[in-house]
Design a protein around this ligand. Structure first.
Ligand code: FAS
Ligand code: PHB
Length: 388
């Protein structure tokens, strides 16, 4: 088989890239280790930057998101008995869109199926071949049969545990990592959100986040120990702990109910440099990971996709500059996002080794963020999404 772009990974990065290429007349094949049902069963991101909203429109996949997504102009930040809002529009002129990653990825799967573009699911043993040569290819096995796809470019969109990053020689790769000493325990419940806005809470018992998917579906998180397992947390225990971490007037109106999904996510910051090796280009979690505090994981996958799509489209118009500049351009934004995600995580979580002085610093920074328009403007500009 031959195609122009072989995309490894059918998550949001791979499927968005595939759809952008398709609407521009560039052929691609998506190889997914699992399948549509598995990918859509994972509950992940909930906040879309305007850049990603615009890309979904450009890909012709924005209609349901526009109908069902919820525009948010601000967020609430709570600490101790304090709670204040940061007005995104006042400080940045932009908003964010609440629309689950699950629904966004569903829209992309439906769009690819509607145009009949190749998506090969349940593949095994994907391998990147000769990416640093002039005739790259990808091999894989399906139903016991080995296949090979010859292509012009390989997009490594296969997430943190994929094969693409490992296909860049270890002597070339530089990896930067910070592992946080806690995780996030998240639940989905068919209950009305506790507030119209998201609430990020720093309490003396640890971090909590009140989010949502729609007016009847709420998403809540609490910081938990790295060793915790989902089975350690009965719904009743989760709700009781969440209430302890929220201001009393918020806890009093929290509507609880059975969890329809419950999972624990580890938190890490991670970046791989470079994001290119010959004709192989990394996008999304294959190249970088952020703690979800700043809602940047999915959104930074989107900016990578935008840069790579632009570069490939220009290549076929005879301009190599985008391809040659992809890694540096993507990493320049990635590192700024890593900084914001690390900063906001450090501000809102309780760390096992924190001293009384450290806690005073957290409190002082939160007081400054509450009182300073300049600090709120910096927060808002990062949260709504730095320019592409
Ligand atoms: P993904 O990991 O989503 O997709 C990669 C795809 O590649 C998967 O479908 C996988 O099956 C496939 N694959 C892997 N290896 C392969 C191979 N060898 N061959 C073929 N296919 C292969 N971000 C937020 O903004 N907010 C959140 O609350 C949030 N919560 C998260 C919770 C968890 C548990 C995790 C892991 C991530 C979370 N994220 C969150 C980040 C998340 O949204 C990612 O940023 C987003 O899924 C990135 O999309 P992709 O880069 O497409 O990677
Ligand atoms: C979510 O709704 O899943 C969500 C929202 C904001 C975050 C992280 C996760 O910062």
């Amino acid at each position: 088989m031959r195609t122009q772009v072989a995309i490894i990974g059918g998550g949001p990065a791979g499927m968005l890239l595939g759809q952008l290429l398709h609407v521009s007349g560039i052929e691609s094949v998506v190889l997914e280790r699992k399948n549509r049902d598995y990918v859509l069963s994972r509950i992940r991101a909930g906040v879309l930057e305007q850049g990603l909203v615009d890309l979904m429109d450009q890909a012709g996949c924005g209609d349901r998101m526009r109908r069902e997504g919820i525009k948010h102009d601000s967020t609430l930040i709570a600490y101790g008995d304090q709670m204040f809002d940061v007005d995104f529009v006042a400080h940045s002129g932009r908003s964010v869109m609440i629309y689950g990653q699950t629904e966004l990825t569903r829209d992309l799967y439906d769009a690819r199926a509607a145009v009949g573009a190749p998506l090969i699911e349940d593949v095994e043993d994907v391998q990147v071949i000769d990416s640093d040569g002039d005739s790259p290819s990808v091999s894989y096995r399906k139903d016991g049969v080995n296949y090979r796809i010859h292509c012009d470019f390989i997009a490594g969109c296969d997430g943190f545990h994929g094969v693409s990053r490992q296909s860049i020689p270890a002597t070339i790769r530089r990896e930067y990592e910070k592992v946080y000493p806690f995780g996030w325990l998240g639940i989905l419940s068919e209950t009305p959100p506790v507030n119209e806005a998201l609430i990020y809470a720093n309490s003396d018992r640890g971090f909590a986040l009140c989010s949502m998917r729609n007016p009847k579906l709420s998403r809540y998180y609490i910081q938990c120990c790295q060793e915790d397992r989902v089975e350690d947390w009965a719904d009743e225990a989760f709700w009781a702990e969440l209430k302890r971490r929220l201001p009393a007037d918020v806890a009093d109106v929290l509507v609880t109910g059975p969890s329809i999904e419950k999972s624990i996510a580890p938190l890490r910051s991670f970046v791989c440099e470079p994001m290119r090796w010959g004709r192989l280009f990394l996008c999304g979690d294959a190249a970088h990971i952020v703690p979800p505090t700043g809602a940047k994981g999915l959104n930074t996958a989107a900016s990578d996709v935008r840069y790579l799509f632009d570069a490939i489209a220009k290549f076929y118009d005879g301009d190599q500059a985008g391809i040659d500049g992809y890694s540096a351009r993507a990493l320049a934004r990635v590192w700024k996002v890593e900084r914001f995600s690390w900063w906001f995580s450090s501000l809102m979580h309780r760390f096992p080794d924190q001293t009384e002085f450290d806690l005073k610093m957290q409190r002082a920074e939160l007081d400054f963020l509450r009182d300073s328009p300049a600090a709120q403007a910096a927060f808002a500009q990062n949260y709504v999404g730095l320019p592409y």
